[in-house]
Design a protein around this ligand. Structure first.
Ligand code: DI6
Ligand code: FE
Length: 403
């Protein structure tokens, strides 16, 4: 049957997330798709035209597909021994300084073949998709030499092609100083600037560049040099900032025109205000906060005060957030950070899109945007965040097609 639309979802309720605040609810709504894009959205009773296929929501809720805007999900190896060590009293920083932590995952990731990494990444992506994710950002940063970094980024791109989800890649060469450069960290910074960044840019393998700006990783001055070089190559930047201490990372992200500053537990009001002025999105990662048993939560009240958009993501990685469930992240954001369920859902839709520079095309149910949806067995959108460990996602739709 021919129709004005390829497909329509109707018979339920929509959380469009199209408003700056709240869910943008349309009860008894309908969303129509043509050529993979949203062609119409509104009250079902007002829908014009006919669709070739109709999907009955049976009273359920449909939201934009979720956007996990900060992950490290391409990696090999396990960090379960470090989990035990921390329970015996060691800290994350101590383990890192003793050559474990990121470097432990680096060793396993360097040794893994591309196919092995791809299989591991597929398994993690599958769990994200089951929780409503249609777009995922994936960082390199466990290779820490040119070939291994390129390998990670290729795996991320291949994952997207094979599974049909949208993968946004980020080059995180500045994640840790690898052992071969431990006595000359500047040589590694120069390697990133002179060789890695140009190669990554030339091969089109990264959509953005990130750095881990912490006392156990890279200084603000090193970060500034790397980001200036990235910007010269036309790459956007984003920053792991103020997670373990206040290095002024939020303000640095604002100064350098970053898309986002991520973590931010220890960010000062000065940093938050600078982010507000510069329009830098905050990416909050309650999974890492929980898993490391941090006690200082990010300054949510200051972010509200200074009009900083708050995105949420899994930070999926072996060391600090082995989590592949966005509904769990929503619950943690509410429980641990006292965000409202509406703020949390905005954090994984419209603000997640903003954190990736994709808000024009993703993150809300609006005409002209990609037809990426998640369908939920809930009585209200707040229930998506309600029960820790529950997954109420019934279906994940990418470009109008079930994933
Ligand atoms: N994101 C990161 O990049 C670091 N912490 C975080 O939350 C380190 C991840 C790791 O330990 O592998
Ligand atoms: Fe991270």
């Amino acid at each position: 049957m021919q129709g004005d639309f390829d497909a329509v979802w109707t018979g339920g309720h929509l959380a469009t997330m199209a408003d700056e605040s709240g869910y943008g609810v349309i009860e008894n709504g309908a969303v129509a798709v043509k050529n993979g894009l949203i062609a119409w959205v509104g009250r079902a009773a007002d829908m014009p035209g006919r669709a070739a296929g109709t999907h009955d929501l049976r009273g359920r809720w449909l939201t934009p597909g979720l956007i996990d805007c900060h992950t490290h999900l391409v990696y090999a190896g396990s960090r379960v021994r470090e989990f035990e060590m921390r329970l015996e009293g060691a800290t994350y920083e101590e383990i890192a300084r003793a050559g474990g932590g990121i470097l432990s995952t680096m060793r396993a990731t360097r040794e893994a073949t591309e196919d092995e990494l791809l299989d591991l990444a597929h398994a993690r992506a599958e769990k994200l998709i089951a929780g409503g994710v249609t777009t995922v950002e994936i960082k390199s940063g466990y290779g820490l030499d040119l070939d291994s970094e390129l390998k990670m980024l290729r795996v991320a791109r291949t994952l997207g092609e094979e599974r049909g989800i949208e993968v946004v890649t980020t080059f995180l060469g500045a994640h840790a100083v690898p052992p071969e450069h431990k006595d000359d960290r500047d040589a590694y910074v120069r390697l990133i600037i002179d060789q890695m960044l140009p190669a990554v840019a030339a091969e089109g393998l990264a959509d953005a560049v990130d750095a881990f700006c912490e006392s156990i990783a890279f200084t603000p001055a090193e970060t500034r040099r790397i980001f200036k070089a990235a910007t010269k190559l036309g790459l956007r930047v984003k920053l792991h900032a103020d997670q373990l201490g206040d290095l002024g990372g939020g303000a640095l992200a604002a100064e350098l025109g970053a898309l986002s500053a991520d973590h931010l537990e220890h960010a000062s009001e000065e940093s938050v205000a600078a982010m507000g002025r510069a329009g830098v999105t905050a990416v909050l990662l309650p999974g890492a906060f929980y898993f490391l048993r941090e006690t200082v939560a990010p300054p949510i009240a200051l972010m509200r005060k200074h009009g900083v958009r708050m995105a949420l993501a899994t930070d999926c990685n072996a060391g600090t957030s082995p989590i592949t469930s966005m509904p769990l992240i929503l619950n943690m954001a509410c429980t641990l950070f006292r965000m409202t369920p509406a703020e949390a859902l905005a954090g994984v839709t419209r603000h997640g899109a903003a954190a990736l520079g994709l808000l024009d095309t993703h993150g809300t149910l609006e005409v002209g945007k990609v037809a990426d949806f998640a369908i939920w067995e809930v009585e209200s959108p707040a229930e998506i965040a309600y029960a820790p460990g529950d997954n109420r996602c019934l279906a994940t739709i990418k470009g109008g097609q079930p994933l």
